[in-house]
Structures are given as C-alpha cells and as structure tokens.
Design a protein around this ligand. Sequence first.
Ligand SMILES: C[S@@+](CC[C@H](N)C(=O)[O-])C[C@H]1O[C@@H](n2cnc3c(N)ncnc32)[C@H](O)[C@@H]1O
Length: 286
Amino acid sequence: MEYSRPTRHATLEVTVSSYENYSEVSRIYDHMRRPVGVQQTLDWLSRSAPAGTLEILDAGCGTGQFSEVLLPYVRALQCVELNPGMLDVARGKLLGAGAAVTFHQGDLLELPLADNSVDGACINQVLHHLPDDDSWSLMRRAFQEIRRVLRPGGTFVFNTCTNEQLAKGYWYFKLLPERTLKAMGARYAPLDVVNAQLAAVGFGEIEHHVPDQVIFGDNYLRSDGPLDSDWRRADSTWTHATPAELDTILQRVRDMQAAGTLQAWMHAADASRRGVGQVTLVAAQG
Ligand SMILES: C[S@@+](CC[C@H](N)C(=O)[O-])C[C@H]1O[C@@H](n2cnc3c(N)ncnc32)[C@H](O)[C@@H]1O
C-alpha cells in the first residue's frame, strides 16, 4: 500500500486542541494525572525489538508522563507535542536523559520524522482533541503518519476511551449534564471504527486491553475534587459545561458536602467503573 504524506489541517495551526487550553493545563497536569496502562504499553512495544534497543515515538507526549516511564526500557525516544507549554514541562522532566530523548514541537498529523525510523509508537489520550467529524478522517491521517514512520513489524499502541467508559468509568461525569457527555463521547471514535481505520492504513493483529487503573491516581477518589478548578482542569470533559451548568454542579456538590452525603454519593457513582475501566489500549502491528 502507498502512503502519501498528509497535508496540514488548517485548524490545527492555531488551536492545538479543538477545545482545551493546554498552555494553562501544563501548569497542573502532573499534579493530577497519572499514566495508565504503562506495563501493557511497554509489553506490546517490546515485541518490535528487545527492550533496551527500542527507539520509540511518543506522539502528543504532553508533559512526558509516558515518555518518563518508558525511558529506562528504551534506547531512544522521539517526543512530539504541539503545545509549547506541555513540551517545556516534558523537557524539564527528561533533562537527565540527554541525547536519548529528542523533542519536537510538531503536529502528529505531520510527524517531523523520517519514514521507517522508529521501532514502536504510542498515542496516549490525544486524538479526541482533533477537530474530527463523523468520517474520522483526521484519526485516519494520524494512523497513516504513524504507519509511515514505523519500521516494518513495529508496534503501535493507541490509548483511548470507549463511550461506555465515559458513561460508567468516571464518577464525576455523573455530575455533568447528558449533553456534555454526548459532546465528549462524539470525540472518541468507536472501537470498531478504530479497528477498521487501522486496518485500512495497513495495520494488522489488532488487540485491546483495559487496565484497572484510574487516570487521576490517588487524586481520583477526592469527593471535593470538582470544587477545585485545578482538579477539574486536568480532565478536558469539564470544558464542555457552560458557566451556568458548572455553577449548578458545584452547588450540588456543596449541598451534598454540607449534608454529609458526598462521599457515599461518589462511591455509589463510581461502582459502575468496575469491569469497564477508564481507558482502552489498542495495539496494532505495522
Ligand atoms: C490529554 S493530553 C495527553 C498527554 C500525554 N500523551 C499523556 O498521556 O499524558 C493531550 C495532549 O495532546 C496534545 N495534542 C493535541 N493535538 C495534537 C496534535 N495534533 N499533535 C501533537 N500533539 C497534540 C495536546 O497539546 C496535549 O498535550
């Protein structure tokens, strides 16, 4: 199959994310978020070549959370990130790695890497920020780019969420209006579409895994989290609520807090996460 280099999508030249301000988020991201599914990601990536010899691309690396944990197991890392604030945090975090890490401020739809140049690649929680539509053409373009830069036999690991995970895997989403969840759900391609798009650009041997971890780590079961703007900022779903909707939500949380019922409400709302999880990892062979 022939892979043509994609042309740049005009919207991305100015927005980075189609709805989140990552220059602000870079300030708090590492206080709130934890990388999820690292062991499985590493196990899959290590299929391409023995651990320690791998050259890996972390596309949309953000503050470098995945890169940091992958670093001890790889020979070299290529970190690509569009937002300069997020990339600066990654640079600071990975300073000690020296020449093993190369940073690129760039777009994963137009990767600044040569064809067949990496053994493995991951995209973790990024593609829902593309201004994609029902045809998922930008997701497909991202998959094409990954396929282009992967060496033959290389592994691609894609970390995403299903709509069921959005509906059941995050207790605080149950505070949000149905409309906001629909808006968020529409940004994540269904897994059958992901599988079909991967196959369409030439990937095979597609596998899925749901890790039993939460993206906020110890910060997740904080019942007063919604009252903390930094806590909310670490999950872009909140950006879909209007200021009036947010006021109503925060008042409800304060009311439950005052009534002493908030903690129990949170645990009840979290019960549906069991067996569903928060994220889905997809592996595909190039
Ligand atoms: C939710 S964060 C995930 C960061 C990191 N992968 C992680 O799992 O911690 C999404 C990141 O994708 C970046 N991003 C969004 N669109 C991008 C694009 N077209 N090219 C490169 N990075 C992009 C954002 O700037 C942000 O840092």
